[in-house]
Each structure stands twice: as C-alpha cells, then as structure tokens.
Design a protein around this ligand. Structure first.
Ligand code: PLP
Length: 388
C-alpha cells in the first residue's frame, strides 16, 4: 500500500464512486446494449454557437477573463433569466459565470458550509450534491418525498427545522428534477418560499433543466425568495452544451461577494472561448431550447404512454428528460438486480433508482435524451422483458 494512501482528508474516503458510473461500467461490455442511462442531451450544440466558439479561437480569446466572467455574458445571462423567468439580477454584482452548474454548486456549498452544518435534500436526489456536502465536513439531511409526489412540502421543511434547528444552513431544490422529472409549479414554489423565509437558510435552487419544462412555464425560486436564493443555471441542457462547461450563479450581491472568492481559487474563471460562445447562445440562441423541447416532449409522451401500458407507475413527468418509474408488482423490486437482469437478458440499460438514494429503491430512471428509433427499440426490449 502506498504510504500516503490513508493520509487524505478523511471526508474523501466517505465519498463513494457514483453508482451510476459503476452500473454503466458493469453493463457497457454487454454486446448490443441499448442505453437510456445518459444525463445529457443527444443533440449537438447548434451550428451558430459552434461558429461563435471557432471565431473566438481565431480572434485570440485565449486569455483569462475577469473572475466573474465577461460582462457580455453576465449581461446576456441576466437578460435571459429576466425575459424567460421574470427574475432580476444586476450583471455587475449579482451574476457569476462558472464552469458548468457543477462548479456553481460546488463553489456555493464550499462558501456556505462548515463542519457540522446540515443541508436539506429532498430525496430521491441528484447524486452530485452529497459528495460536496461531505467534503465540506457537513451532513445531508434527506427528506423523503415519495409520499408527496416527489415534491418537498412546507410542512416537511418546518418539521426538519424543528428537528435539526440552526444546524441547517441550506436546502437544495432541483426543479425540474433529476431523477424524477417533476417540476414544482408556481403555487408550490410560493409556499416553499414563504416557509424558507422564516429561517436563515440558503436555498440553492438548481434550475439547470429550466428550459425543459413541458407542461407549464418554469417557475424560478428567485422570483419569490430572492434574498435567500442562490440560483444555479447553465447552458449544458438548454443549449446542448455540456462539454463547453458554462454555468451561472445568480444571487444578491452580498452573497456573490463571498462565493466569488471560492470560485476564484477553484477555477480562476470559466473558459474564455466557451464564454464567447455563451453570449451567442444566450442572445441569438435564446429560442434554441424550444426546438429541443418540442422534440423531447414527443419522446416523453411516447415513452410515458408505452411504460404506462407495461404497468409502470410514473411520477408527474413534467420536465428534464427523465422518467422515474416504479417497478410493477410481481417483479424484482431491488432496483439494481432488476436493472442488471434487464440489461443481461434484453440488452436494455436504465439506471437503478437506488443510485439516487434509498428513497429511489424500487424505481428505475429512464433518460429520453435518445432518438425516437432508439426509444422504440427500448420499448420493444422492455416489453419482451416484462412479458416473460
Ligand atoms: C440536477 C443537475 N444539476 C447539475 C448538473 C450538472 O450540470 P453541468 O453539466 O452544467 O455541470 C446536472 C447534470 O446532469 C444535473 O442533472
């Protein structure tokens, strides 16, 4: 054993390799496997945005930007969220350009958390949050949302606050949600905002799927609780730009002033070339997400109906590109065993719900960021599996 192998920050040992990755590796070697596992758009970045990126390279945008990002990007991002979601943030002091939503979440959590602090997480949850909370020496407090339609309720917040008190520093809300696809409606956000307002708690609102909302207008937490909200967004999903690594934090100036220090020492600034492409995406590409949204909606409707016919009960599938489906009675309810068996016998890979915490057990997550012919083939394989 390397004599340094046990000399790391003790919290690093608490962080496990993601179950999604483990599962993906396990099934990838199966011949002819069809995967509905991916959490990223199957679309390519629109041509005009790629053109802006190429031009930026030619024009020598190869130097650092200021740590909060190019003012052009911050202005365009501020206009984008104002026009789309009716929230107002000053480009000079209330917007930060980050390396994807991931860095936005990391910088926010590291800026807020101290050892012993607690963070409320409605569960099942996106697995990217817990490791960052643990690395900060803090602790996640999971709130089971299975009985409330995968939506956190004001009563649950009050109850958690009564139990854990001041130790709770933050809550992370994801709407539309990965893994459930559920989006909070206006009333739900308003009621949650009213309850959080009673407590000195940061609300980290991960709205990375805001452009992929199929039923209603997206409602931003920033609209009803701007003072406490750290609003996270980015271009990964809205513009199929996962690899460009552009995210945003929108928050009151006093909060940005602290978070920006962590951001600076983690990354200095987001890629300058990507930032130039981001300006194009946010201005000329303001409607790019709509074309993709229409296509995702068709796929969602197709897959939802097919899965329903097969006996899967599915959470309100209003946003993102996931269906979170309960394994029907009579089948293996250990989600890992179910998914491995499905992959081995019928060459279809979907993510076991347990990857999103114990509250996800008994469910599977399907991503419809896949082409229609792939989805049709997936339904064929699932039907064959379920009718055995
Ligand atoms: C809920 C959620 N937040 C954040 C991210 C990360 O986004 P980015 O690629 O912009 O870092 C993802 C990616 O799948 C996600 O599902």
């Amino acid at each position: 054993m390397n004599k340094l192998a046990n000399r790391f920050n003790k919290h690093v040992y608490e962080v496990a390799v993601s179950l999604i990755r483990q599962f993906d590796e396990q099934v990838s070697s199966i011949p002819d496997i069809l995967k509905l596992t991916l959490g990223e758009p199957d679309f390519n970045t629109p041509e005009h945005i790629k053109g802006a990126g190429s031009q930026a390279i030619k024009d020598n945008y190869s130097h650092y930007t200021g740590m909060s990002g190019l003012l052009d990007v911050r202005e365009a991002a501020s206009r984008f969220v104002q026009e789309k979601y009716g929230v107002s943030y000053q480009p000079l002091s209330e917007v930060l350009v980050t390396v994807g939503a991931t860095e936005a979440i990391a910088a926010s959590l590291l800026a807020i958390l101290e050892p012993g602090d607690k963070v409320l997480l409605p569960a099942p949850t996106y697995p990217g949050y817990e490791p960052l909370i643990l690395l900060a020496g803090a602790e996640p407090v999971y709130i089971d949302t299975r009985e409330t339609g995968f939506v956190l309720t004001p009563e649950q917040v009050d109850q958690a606050m009564a139990t854990h008190g001041e130790k709770i520093k933050a809550a992370i809300i994801t709407s539309p949600s990965n893994p459930t696809g559920v989006a909070y409606n206006d009333q739900e956000i308003q009621e949650l905002a009213a309850v959080f307002e009673k407590y000195p708690v940061f609300v980290i609102s991960d709205e990375i799927y805001s452009e992929l909302n199929y039923e209603t207008e997206h409602v931003s937490f920033g609209k009803y609780l701007s003072e406490q909200t750290i609003l996270i967004n980015g271009l990964s999903k809205s513009h199929a730009m996962t690899g460009w690594r552009i995210g945003f934090i929108f928050a009151p100036a006093e909060l940005i002033a602290q978070i920006i220090k962590v951001h600076q020492y983690l990354v200095t600034a987001a890629s300058t070339i990507s930032q130039k492409a981001a300006v194009r995406a946010l201005i000329q590409g303001i409607a790019d997400g709509e074309v993709m949204r229409e296509e995702y909606k068709l796929r969602r409707d197709y897959l939802y109906e097919a899965m329903n016919k097969l006996g899967f009960e599915i959470a309100r599938p209003s946003g993102a590109f996931y269906l979170f489906a309960k394994i029907p009675e009579g089948f293996e309810t250990d989600s890992m065993a179910f998914c491995l068996d499905l992959a081995q016998k019928n060459q279809l890979a979907v993510i076991p719900g347990i990857a999103f915490g114990p509250e996800g057990e008994g469910y599977i997550r399907l991503s419809y960021a896949a082409s229609m012919p792939q989805l049709e083939e997936a339904v064929k394989r699932l039907t064959a599996y379920m009718s055995k």
